[in-house]
Design a protein around this ligand. Structure first.
Ligand code: ADP
Ligand code: ADP
Ligand code: MG
Length: 670
């Protein structure tokens, strides 16, 4: 076994690998860029080596600096995590030349599977079912249109070197094929330095289901069942689960067998993932093989009880795999939610900044369920624009799928994140979504269920009584505390007011207190608007960001933040400003005029921080709905901004090359 390994990565995955190395008694070396000097992975490792500036090309992607760090520290092996150098065959070969072990497959396997065109050919030859399409290079836009027409629309235009959902475009007709080809090509050139494009059939109502494989260097190869990753935005996964609610035992065996066949065909060793797209008739097609540890590997670990990082390290050290196919038993259900620093109400655009508060829920067993949170940040950490905006991977396990969903809902309600926008409201709303709960998924789930984008829902019939009760409990403790401050007029001695109105956003909801003890812990007996009685108990103290307690027979965790004259409450993805007032004040409050938001319908607003690539129109020009107005590049994606309606351009405020902030007014029209 190795004595010391280096982890050529950052963030949660570096921390994840260090944890297993520590368990195995292996010393660890972290590497870090200037932006990560205070990062968690640096703290956790036994040693840490600075490898350069924040830009990945000069730090985490620099094979040279990482090899130098190995030599300096005497690390015998490198775990690459995911992303960065994890699927770089040259890096792997270079390490081998220096006598350092790469904890992953051989460079030949990486090379064979790293290219989508090449891997599809190998898969087809090995008898694995592949997506119908054209297996060679597309030369230009005309060629793209011709091939797409032959395959039959819709088609998927893909970069052969693609990954991470980049360089992918769906085309439904000739015009989209032409434009999709150009965009995919320029994105691929910018992101991967390789602009080779191919086209395959777009599988409709697709579900993304992948098989985890594990192989040693003695030809022993097994699979660990599947993960379903159909909840995606921009072709990138956000929620994954194991097993898949779509597969039966027979299908699982068939997909597992094909995945193992493919792994064997390239002499695979280590952990790897064979991705399939599955259509509504449960016919499955090979998409690509990822020759590394996958982001969503924890769900497989939770249902199999196998530590994948440990197996990777053992295999790399030359050990035989001790697990046979029959030893792999899937137990219960696991779900992973990726907590991203991104704004779900703005089309999931990344949000960067400091995590002024970050308190994940407690890990471990609670009742029938289990919580695991893989993270690489701590309160006060910066989510920087240089790296992936993932904050953590929150996973839950339970004996069955609904149990795991309920556990996830509860866990999400308890995560405290302040300082940046995050996707918890979306994840929480998803956990309540009937179609998700029934497991009727497809990769277009988000597009279909939120055609006009996601907006944070107001409390529904189930949420309103909870919001009102919590608002009153918070308010009463707050008022009680103010009354006890010295130097204030003593409160009148009329006892506790019975009748209250909670204003939830614009709605006034009356409720009254039957009896109660206003102290910590608080206990209230309430009558709600419709006459329903509710009891509430909680040990919440003013200032705590999560109000936990029981309302009726239900355990709830509600996020509480101060807001002007009230508080913002959030629960299960719903959110509302609550203001508590006596009935007479509520009567007067109803007479107050409501301030209108400024009208921005005549402006093209920059949806994300980015750089202007091109401007397609000039002042005075008349444009039709759907015409291109400008192209803005952000997060390596070229985003085409189009006119939403017919209009005349009255001002153009930007030029190519300009850097734009969110909400910058790009142009105005009439
Ligand atoms: P990446 O390397 O970026 O992960 P993939 O080839 O794995 O690229 O595709 C990413 C996602 O795009 C898939 O999970 C799936 O949602 C969608 N996708 C890819 N190819 C197809 C296809 N032929 N038909 C339908 N959806 C597809
Ligand atoms: P008003 O003086 O206009 O009648 P309120 O009846 O709302 O105002 O409250 C009077 C005082 O009694 C306030 O300072 C408030 O903090 C306190 N108070 C009212 N109801 C409660 C209660 N249920 N628990 C604790 N303090 C209360
Ligand atoms: Mg993929």
């Amino acid at each position: 076994m190795f004595r010391k390994i280096l982890i050529a990565n950052r963030g949660e995955i570096a921390c994840r690998v260090i944890r297993t190395a520590q368990k195995l008694g292996i010393a660890t070396v972290a590497v870090y860029s200037e932006a990560d000097a205070d990062a968690m992975h640096v703290d956790m490792a036994d040693e840490a080596i600075a490898i350069g500036p924040a830009q990945v090309s000069q730090s985490y992607l620099s094979a040279e600096r990482i090899i130098a760090a190995c030599k300096e520290t005497g690390a015998e092996a490198v775990h690459p995590g995911y992303g960065f150098l994890s699927e770089n065959a040259d890096f792997c070969a270079n390490l081998e030349k220096q006598g350092i072990v790469f904890i992953g497959p051989e460079p030949e396997a990486i090379r064979a599977m790293g290219d989508k065109i090449a891997s599809k050919k190998i898969a087809a030859e090995a008898g694995v079912s592949t997506v119908p399409g054209f297996m060679d290079l597309i030369e230009n836009a005309d060629h793209a249109v011709k091939i797409a027409t032959q395959i039959g629309f819709p088609v998927m235009i893909k970069a052969s070197a693609g990954g991470g959902g980049k360089g992918l475009r769906i085309a439904w007709d000739e015009a989209e094929a032409r434009e999709g080809f150009e965009r995919a090509r320029s994105e691929a050139a910018a992101s991967f330095g390789d602009d080779r494009i191919f086209i395959e059939k777009f599988i409709e109502e697709p579900r993304h289901i992948e098989i985890q494989v594990l192989a040693d260097s003695y030809g022993h190869c097994i699979h660990l069942g599947e993960r379903e990753c159909s909840i995606q935005r921009r072709n990138q996964k956000i929620v994954e689960e194991a097993p898949s609610p779509f597969l039966d035992e027979e299908r699982r065996e068939a997909m597992g067998a094909q995945a193992v066949t493919l792994a064997r065909a390239v002499n695979y060793q280590s952990a790897g993932t064979v991705e399939f797209i599955v259509d509504k008739n449960k016919k499955f097609y090979f998409l690509e093989m990822n020759t590394r540890l996958q982001v969503e590997h924890p769900v497989t670990e939770l249902v199999t009880g196998i530590d994948l990082v440990e197996q990777m390290i053992r295999v790399a050290a030359g050990e035989r795999l001790r697990i046979g196919q029959d030893d792999v038993k899937l137990h219960g259900w696991a779900i992973e939610s990726r907590l991203y620093a991104e704004d779900p109400t703005r089309n999931f655009l990344p949000s960067t900044g400091r995590l002024t508060r970050y308190r994940p829920p407690r890990e471990g067993r609670s009742g029938n369920a289990e919580i695991r949170n893989d993270t690489g940040v701590a309160e006060g950490s910066e989510i920087s624009m240089f790296y992936d905006p993932m904050i953590a991977k929150l996973c839950t396990w339970a004996p069955d799928r609904l149990g795991a969903i309920e556990a996830m809902s509860g866990a999400l309600d308890r995560v405290v994140i302040d300082g940046i926008a995050h996707n918890i409201p979306f994840l929480s709303a998803l956990m309540r979504h009937p179609r998700w709960r029934e497991g009727r998924l497809s990769t277009s789930f988000i597009a279909e269920e939120y055609p006009n984008g996601f907006s944070i829902p107001k409390p529904d019939d189930e949420g309103r009584p909870i919001f009102c009760a919590v608002a009153l409990a918070v308010e009463l403790l707050h008022r009680d505390r103010l009354d006890r401050l010295s130097g204030r007029l003593a409160p009148h001695s009329g006892g506790i007011r019975r009748d209250w109105v909670v204003k939830l956003d614009e709605d006034h909801m009356p409720l009254s207190l039957v009896e109660g003890v206003v102290s910590v812990p608080i206990e209230l007996d309430l009558t709600m608007a419709g006459g329903d009685r509710l009891t509430l108990c909680s040990s919440w103290r003013p200032g705590e960001p999560v109000w936990e307690g029981t309302i009726g027979s239900r355990d709830v965790a509600v996020q509480v933040r101060p807001a002007l004259n009230g508080m913002r409450l959030s629960w299960q993805g719903m959110s509302s400003i609550a203001r508590v007032m006596p009935p007479r004040i509520a009567e007067l409050d109803r007479l107050m005029p409501v301030k209108k938001a400024p009208d921005t319908s005549n402006m093209l607003i920059c949806p994300m921080p980015g750089v202007v690539v091109s401007v397609a129109v000039t002042k005075g020009q008349e444009v039709r709905a759907g015409e291109v107005l400008a192209v803005v590049e952000a997060m390596k994606m070229e985003n085409v901004l189009r006119a939403e309606r017919d209009c005349t351009i009255t001002a153009v405020n930007v030029a190519p090359g300009d850097s734009l902030a969110v909400d910058a007014v790009i142009m105005e029209f009439a």
